[in-house]
Write a protein that binds this ligand. Structure first.
Ligand SMILES: Nc1ncnc2c1ncn2[C@@H]1O[C@H](COP(=O)(O)OP(=O)(O)OP(=O)(O)O)[C@@H](O)[C@H]1O
Ligand SMILES: [Mg+2]
Length: 311
């Protein structure tokens, strides 16, 4: 559905996107995560036909965004990361204004706009002035607005930013419904655990390049295998370190008060082999565990030392 190939974008001499590659299948609920300034908004704006890339290609449903941006725009509903000020417009008028851009007017516009406001749980706020809606309501209104032309793909730039837990929950629920309706959704955030709860796949971007992409389970397990082993020995620590150093898969060793922390690149069988080599020399091993990270530490790790994961 979406294919990005070696996309580049510079702002002056600043490289915002650096040969970014990404593909997203139809029906995917894709979480685009990365720290501030990673290039999420830039990528989303290029995909939506709002910004031109300096190099590389991007296709939406086979259509080149550079050559046919108007055709692409008809397929995409884009929700920007900011919400403008709309003095003196009621929510329903705001919706109808956007419908009119797509040539939908009169009774059919009113009906469509009310349906969409209902979809985002705002039906009873139709006659409220936009500026008097809460932030969460404004953001859901903005989402409803992006749906007026019934796009197949939704590109949502931080739709839950600045919302309290309840408003986030409501936004999540609405997005889940839209996904069930068959929309392909791309949503950005800098909070990985939040995306992990709702998305089918996650992609991590840092410094304008994709660092990794996969299902939530894949990402966590991949990263856990790069977590260090924590080995607790009751005695003969120096000898244990000497034995560990002999193993070619051991990358680094640090000593803590009670444990030896070992950077180890092997799989489970190789972990077993490492343990056996200690036991064979009668080292009193009391504990031997792969430290497991949570999603937040995983994210810090990927975006902090991406060279660990590439290749
Ligand atoms: N119009 C612009 N002119 C100059 N630099 C820009 C412009 N737009 C973005 N940048 C820079 O490009 C980089 C990527 O910006 P982008 O907005 O795509 O990041 P982001 O991942 O969306 O970040 P955030 O999480 O803060 O929204 C940033 O370093 C930003 O300062
Ligand atoms: Mg952004």
């Amino acid at each position: 559905m979406i294919k990005i190939d070696s996309l580049c974008k510079n702002y002056g001499s600043f490289v915002a996107l650096n040969h970014l590659n990404l593909s997203i299948a139809k029906g995917e609920f894709f979480g685009f995560v990365g720290p501030n300034g990673a290039g999420k908004t830039t990528t989303m704006r290029i995909l939506s036909g709002l910004l031109r890339a300096d190099g590389g290609e991007a296709f939406v449903d086979g259509i080149d965004v550079r050559k046919n941006s108007s055709q692409v725009k008809s397929k995409i509903g884009y929700m920007p990361d900011f919400f403008g000020v709309y003095d003196n417009l009621k929510a329903i008028e705001y919706m109808e204004f956007y419908a009119s851009i797509y040539g939908i007017t009169g009774n059919s516009a009113r009906k469509l706009c009310m349906e969409l406001m209902d979809l985002v749980n705002l039906a009873e706020k139709a006659e409220f002035y936009v500026d008097n809606l809460s932030r969460g309501m404004k953001q859901r209104l903005c989402l409803a607005r992006s749906l007026v032309h019934n796009p197949e793909i939704l590109i949502l730039d931080e739709p839950a930013s600045g919302l309290d837990p309840r408003a986030r929950f409501e936004m999540k629920e609405v997005l889940g419904n839209l996904h069930e309706m068959g929309k392909t959704i791309i949503i950005s955030s800098h909070i990985l655990p939040e995306l992990a709860q709702m998305c089918t796949t996650i992609g991590i971007i840092d410094h304008g390049s994709m660092v990794m992409k996969g299902s939530v389970e894949e990402i966590v397990s991949h990263l856990n295998s790069s977590n260090p082993l924590a080995i607790k020995v009751l005695d003969r620590k120096e000898e244990a370190v000497r034995i560990l150093k002999e193993n070619p898969l051991v990358r680094n060793i640090s000593l803590e008060e009670k444990e030896i922390i070992v950077g180890f690149e092997g799989k489970e069988e190789e972990e077993a082999g490492l343990l056996a080599s200690l036991v064979a020399q009668e080292i009193p091993v009391a504990a031997f565990n792969r430290q497991s990270g949570n999603l937040e530490t995983v994210f810090m790790k990927v975006t902090g030392q991406k060279e660990v994961l590439e290749g």
